[in-house]
Design a protein around this ligand. Structure first.
Ligand SMILES: NC(=O)c1ccc[n+]([C@@H]2O[C@H](COP(=O)([O-])OP(=O)(O)OC[C@H]3O[C@@H](n4cnc5c(N)ncnc54)[C@H](O)[C@@H]3O)[C@@H](O)[C@H]2O)c1
Length: 370
């Protein structure tokens, strides 16, 4: 890492964090950062939009404001940069951070394509700096508990899963110029919205082996899909139905995993607490399953603050922060697999998404077929 962490007081290294892009989502980042004053100091923010930048600076008491990211990096030498700009800027800004010796926490989707993401991963150092993707749904205690239980094998094999992100966005949502376009958002609800739950599904079930999908333009006038449907087979044998939609008036985010000894369910919208999880034991396993579920981690809601705790601990400890480049790539390959299967009209495996695939360089490959 280019910049060693500054030691404050007796022991704890204080992480010097900066924010790039001071629009809607940046608020969640700075609130998470300022909730950890013993571990983090926010040193700067950058944005090309003067109005957004000054409003953000005055709202959060930040004086070191820059119109240029490179200038901010060289003037303030942060340890960690939160990249909160539109997706089309993530690759170049993450590369600038890594080049300057700063690790980067980049908002989802981490890049527009697998090629971009692989270039970002290649620029990491073996001992840092790293980049991590903001996939906050992994970090609530419910997800941590479910993951630990599934990995322990105590619930038996995962057999079948459901992963639905059925949301609603009016046509006017796409008035923001970067939304709904392959060149700037990289895709529709598969890439921009359902990716959160697809990432959580992959965190719970591990590597995926094959995907068969379709993509549709049902109701919105946009370049990308507004609905996708997929059947995903995981390496552990589990099969999952994945639905991503932006045309569903009763909005819901739902994950269900049926294992041999229990069903685990999560029902929420944009984030969850422990109360949004439900476990149903199979007949004969009531006591064992209930005890195992109760023994797990509790009390942490999903969200930026939950993930940031893990990110800061990793940066302080000199290890790759989550969600790591390798795990980000697995999730992004699943997204690319959905598009490749939908537009090539055939099942896709991760091996089909190498550098020779048109879906490696662009999520719409050699052109969508509706
Ligand atoms: N994790 C989540 O739940 C979640 C939710 C919403 C958005 N996001 C993601 O966050 C990212 C930003 O979304 P948003 O809704 O905050 O967008 P936004 O348009 O509200 O904010 C983006 C900001 O980036 C600034 N910007 C543009 N070009 C820049 C440049 N070259 N250098 C510095 N700043 C620049 C803009 O001026 C703007 O202030 C996207 O990737 C989006 O998908 C994540």
């Amino acid at each position: 890492m280019g910049t060693p962490l500054r030691m404050e007081g007796a022991s704890a290294p204080l992480v010097r964090a900066a924010i790039v892009g001071t629009g809607n989502i940046a608020r969640f980042h700075i609130e998470a950062l300022t909730s950890m004053p013993d571990q983090v100091e926010v040193v700067a923010a950058a944005d090309v939009d003067e109005e957004n930048l000054t409003r953000f600076g005055s709202r959060h008491g930040l004086d070191a404001l820059y119109r240029d990211v490179e200038e901010m990096l060289s003037a303030t030498s942060p340890d960690l940069v939160h990249v909160c700009t539109p997706p089309g800027l993530h690759r170049s800004q993450v590369l600038a951070c890594l080049e300057a010796g700063a690790s980067a926490l980049v908002e989802k989707p981490p890049a527009l394509s697998l090629a971009e993401l692989e270039a970002m991963a290649a620029a990491e150092g073996a001992r840092g700096p790293w980049f991590a993707t903001l996939f906050q749904h992994r970090f609530g205690s419910g997800a941590q508990r479910a993951r630990a239980l599934i990995e322990s094998g105590d619930l038996g094999r995962p057999l079948v899963a459901v992963c639905h992100t059925t949301w609603y966005r009016e046509q006017s949502y796409f008035d923001v110029p970067w939304r709904g376009r392959w060149e700037t958002e990289g895709g529709g609800p598969t890439m921009g919205h359902g990716i959160h739950q697809m990432d959580l599904l992959a965190a719970l079930l591990g590597d995926w082996a094959e995907v068969s999908a379709s993509a549709h333009q049902q109701a919105r006038t946009i370049q990308t899909e507004d609905v996708s449907l997929a059947r995903v087979t995981f390496a552990n044998g589990a099969v999952a139905s994945v639905v991503n939609s932006l045309v569903s008036p009763r909005e819901e985010s739902y994950i269900r995993i049926d294992l041999e000894r229990a069903t685990i369910e999560l029902t929420h919208l944009y984030g969850y607490g422990d109360e949004d999880w439900r476990i149903t034991p199979a007949p004969g396993f009531e006591e064992q399953v209930t005890a195992a579920w109760k023994a797990g981690e509790a009390g942490v809601a999903s969200g930026h603050t939950a993930q940031l705790g893990h990110v800061i601990a990793a940066v302080q400890g000199g290890t790759a922060p989550p969600v790591t480049s390798a795990e980000s790539l697995r999730t992004m390959r699943l997204v690319a697999g959905v598009y490749a299967s939908a537009f090539q009209r055939r099942p896709i495996t991760p091996a089909d998404l190498g550098a020779d695939s048109p879906f490696h360089g662009r999520m719409d490959g050699d052109g969508p077929r509706w």
